[in-house]
Design a protein around this ligand. Sequence first.
Ligand SMILES: [Zn+2]
Length: 167
Amino acid sequence: MKTATKQARKEMKLLCDVMLGKLARWLRVLGKETIYFNEAEDDELLKKAVKAKAILITRDKRLAQKAKDFTKVVLLKSNSIQGQLKETLKALKIKPPKTIPQTLCPMCGTKLKKVAKSKVKNEVWPRVYKRQKAFWRCTGCRKLYWRGTHLKEIRRTIQRIKTAWLQ
Ligand SMILES: [Zn+2]
């Protein structure tokens, strides 16, 4: 199977198989442009990956076999999200981001933009508003993020991956 070259890695686009929705969300959190459909036939998925010049990530051996002549493929073995993330990051040499601006919205994969605190006052609980200094909004689905929720989740997952790596 082909592996990503140094140059391709810069603007690497990924496409997760229909079974890998959770993985797709996490790859977006890690700042990777990731295409995902809830439903798609193998051939359709393959066509979309080729068209977008995306690396296909799948657990389906048959699809991987078929796809490898047309696009780069990462074939995953693991059932768990932790294992899948680990396999993907290793295969594509992805390093987790340290700050929020590098990450993409886990829900829709669009960039996050910092928003002034005063603008979100009516959108968050007073307790959150009081505690948090910085807020980010998804430029796609408009979902609001702040350090407490988003970064804590990211750190926890990265920690889990690191732990799994050492085992
Ligand atoms: Zn979004």
